[in-house]
Design a binder for this molecule. Structure first.
Ligand code: ADP
Ligand code: MG
Length: 249
């Protein structure tokens, strides 16, 4: 079968809270392998839209289509199993477990495997090998035995990304991944996202516009729940409508 034209499509997706249209008929496409950012002033609807895509919240109207398949009716964990995986703005780690255990747990939950004594040794070795490789990718290899709760803020954010990647996503959604990070940690994260294999599509919501413009190849702008424009970073930066949306916020 031909590869789907879009990794993800939103078709008229809406979320109304009473009279407030937090997300108002948003239609946009995310290309396979792209680093696609969603930006917009505070209250624009970014977090709500993210929840609708991930399935944390069910849209009032519209469709969410993952690699050509309508996932609108699916729950969040069912979307995870189909390769749509998000990290959380607030930590969802198992803090008493080690860094390595957090990765292995995530990988098992998605593959439906248990970490029992009767697992074939070869399979356990493979899982462990993959977990160590992910930790190397995010720069946490030296911390594999540390309890997740003992990590610095920036290290936790790195681990959250590794946990999301352990779920073998086709689309990974990062919700403000650089929030609270030092400049050095932000730099490392930017490189990590940049170096992810082209088979992984990245969708991120981010306040830090320098990070967005340095990393993203596509940028969608939300304003008052509506999709204002999608373009490459230069087009979005040059847009008068985008400037006004930020200044008027
Ligand atoms: P952003 O992430 O871009 O700052 P949000 O998606 O958090 O924006 O919020 C968009 C709008 O929806 C805001 O006006 C916010 O106050 C409102 N909103 C968000 N969540 C809820 C909710 N659970 N109930 C009512 N209003 C909400
Ligand atoms: Mg938000």
């Amino acid at each position: 079968a031909a590869a789907p034209a879009h990794a993800l499509e939103l078709d008229g997706v809406s979320q109304h809270f009473g009279h407030l249209k937090a997300v108002d008929e948003v239609t946009l496409q995310v290309a396979p392998g792209s680093r696609h950012a969603i930006i917009g002033p505070n209250g624009a609807g970014k977090s709500t839209l993210f929840a609708l895509i991930a399935g944390t919240r069910r849209a009032t109207a519209g469709r969410v289509v993952l690699a050509g398949q309508d996932v609108t009716a699916l729950r969040e964990h069912e979307r995870v199993q189909r390769g749509l995986v998000r990290t959380f703005q607030h930590s969802s780690l198992f803090l008493r477990g080690t860094v390595l255990e957090n990765i292995v747990l995530a990988a098992q939950q998605v593959s439906g495997q248990s970490w029992g004594m009767f697992r074939p040794v070869s399979r356990r070795r493979a899982l462990l090998g993959e977990a160590h490789e992910l930790l190397r990718q995010v720069g946490l290899q030296d911390r594999h035995g540390a309890p997740a709760g003992s990590l610095s803020h920036g290290e936790r954010r790195q681990l959250e990304v590794a946990v999301a990647l352990a779920c073998r996503p086709s689309v990974v959604m990062l919700d403000e991944p650089a929030a609270g990070m030092s400049p050095a940690e932000t730099h490392r994260l930017t490189e990590l996202i940049h170096d992810l294999p082209g088979t992984v599509t990245v969708l991120l919501v981010e306040h830090d516009l320098d990070l967005v413009f340095g990393l993203a190849d596509r940028v969608s702008v939300l304003h008052l729940g509506r999709h204002l424009m999608t373009g490459n970073p230069a087009e979005v930066r040059a847009s008068d409508a985008v400037q006004e949306a930020y200044l008027g916020a």
